[in-house]
Design a protein around this ligand. Structure first.
Ligand SMILES: Cc1ncc(COP(=O)(O)O)c(C=O)c1O
Length: 475
């Protein structure tokens, strides 16, 4: 060691240097391209060489990270990163995240962290209020929507097996049939990944799509449920699908699921925030009629990566799967003094509730309503710009925060358009002023920028169409 590990002077110097660098980086986000030139090379060049036999010390390691690492970062916390669905830490959430690291609580149990456990309980209660979910539902924070899907679906799997008289979490799958899973074509890949992790299998999903976009064929879903003749099943709905931000008809699916003895799981990774808005609330009607509902924090709540939330109507079903059993040294929680390690997949876990609590405390329901409404307005504005442009084609109505469109110069054939849009997509990523990729929507290669960062202004959003058309003209 070139310096003693416990050297307080170095610690405070390192924290001050990190704070100064973070401040400078964040201040630069307004003007920096979403993906600065050379990030690919900078990332590949980083960190060559073997494990150091002798360390260089905290300040030298930090200086190297800042000098050689930071230039390789996409400005994903910035206002023009429209790829995937990406938030950005609010000031309150980011500051709380730093405190979370400093406190370094293991938030798996009340005994290891009364603070983390209490704040998680409070934050989950506030999230249920924010989304209009019943207070009696169980909840837990996870690393993201994928693990939140895993958590909700584990509860569904447990319910289904109990309906067959089996204890799946104790005895496994022996003697059980395949679990019937029914959805529209909107089901997200992370939800099928969760089914795979649970042993249900990606292949057990039956998709009832009315068209190539994946929109639900409600009549086909209903007849499939009827054919099951009351055997328990799982219906999966999506609130906010990634390509165009559309919603399954959740109120109708809830009614069908319950009439036919099925569990309804709703993946609202970002779409659950429609319930916070004044402009899109009706899209998310009926979600409180589901059995499990999930969302996440690093998208529209704008807390730093990584945070997800799962809510389950019958909390004891979560405990059945996730309780850490048979280890007398581990403390058991109670309702008032919970051990969230018994409610979700991780045992040791970061106190990510501090970020969620801080941002909700700082900005409140009003702040989030304004944020979501502003993003919906920006997305609508971009949609109108697309419609007004003679060489762009809006492929789906702008219902939420995603704008699904493609470049479509007059006279080009569908096959040529796919190739053209792929090339344009690569040019947009390489240009880096704005950042969004391509998808395939209804069989056509398309763009799907999503607006979900609190920093994004009208001028930022206007660049989506501006840069796309400028680069398309040079293809
Ligand atoms: C509908 C939906 N569900 C789940 C996920 C997975 O989220 P995460 O990356 O937080 O696991 C996403 C991510 O975009 C999503 O859009």
């Amino acid at each position: 060691m070139t310096e003693p590990l416990a050297e307080m002077g170095v610690l405070s110097e390192a924290l001050r240097a990190a704070a100064a660098a973070a401040e400078a980086y964040l201040a630069g986000l307004e003007d920096a391209p979403a993906a600065p030139a050379g990030i690919d090379d900078a990332a590949l060049a980083f960190g060559a060489g073997p494990l150091p036999e002798q360390g260089v010390g905290a300040m030298a390691a930090l200086a190297e990270l800042l000098r050689d690492g930071v230039p390789a970062a996409t400005r994903s916390a910035g206002p023009r990163f429209f790829h995937f669905v990406t938030g950005g830490g609010t000031p309150a959430a980011l500051a709380a995240d730093w405190i979370t690291s400093a406190l370094d609580q293991n938030s798996f149990s009340w005994v290891s962290s009364p603070l983390g456990s209490r704040i998680e309980r409070v934050a989950l209660g506030w999230l249920k209020e924010l989304f209009g979910l019943p207070a009696a539902w169980g909840g837990v924070l996870t690393t993201g929507a994928t693990m939140a899907n895993f958590t909700g679906l584990a509860a569904a799997r447990r319910w289904w097996a109990l309906e067959h008289g089996r204890e799946i979490d104790q005895d496994g799958w022996a003697g059980l049939p395949q679990l019937p899973v029914l959805s529209s074509g909107y089901i997200h890949t992370s939800a099928t990944k969760a089914l795979s992790m649970l042993g249900v299998g990606r292949g057990s999903v039956r998709r009832f799509a009315a068209d190539a976009t994946g929109r639900l064929d409600l009549a086909a879903l209903e007849s499939a449920l009827r054919e099951l003749g009351g055997r328990p099943a799982l219906v999966m709905a999506t609130a906010g699908e990634v390509n165009a931000g559309d919603f399954d008809p959740i109120d109708r699916m809830a009614e069908l699921a319950h009439r036919h003895h099925a569990w309804l799981h709703v993946d609202g990774a970002f779409g659950l925030f429609a319930r916070v808005s004044t402009r899109a609330r009706e899209l998310a009607q009926g979600i409180d009629g589901a059995d499990s509902v999930i969302s996440d924090g690093h998208k529209w709540l704008n807390v730093p990566y990584d945070t997800g939330f799962a809510f389950v109507r019958h909390p004891e079903l979560m405990h059945g799967t996730f309780a850490l059993t048979g280890a007398p040294y581990l403390p058991v929680g109670s309702d008032e003094r919970p051990s969230f390690g018994d409610h979700g997949p991780e045992a040791s876990r970061r106190a990510r509730a501090l970020n969620v609590w801080a941002t909700l405390r700082a900005y409140g329901r009003d702040g989030y309503r304004d944020l979501v409404d502003r993003h919906l307005e920006l997305a609508r504005r971009v949609g109108e710009q697309v419609e007004a442009a003679p060489d762009l084609e809006l492929l789906a109505p702008v219902r939420l925060n995603v704008i699904c469109f493609r470049f479509h110069p007059p006279g080009a054939s569908d096959g040529a358009l796919d190739e053209l849009n792929r090339r344009l997509g690569a040019a947009i990523l390489a240009d880096g002023r704005v950042y969004f990729g391509t998808t395939v929507y209804g069989g056509r290669v398309a763009f799907r920028p999503a607006i979900s960062n609190w920093r994004t202004t009208e001028a930022d959003a206007d660049l989506i169409v501006g840069v796309t058309r400028e680069l398309a003209a040079g293809l």
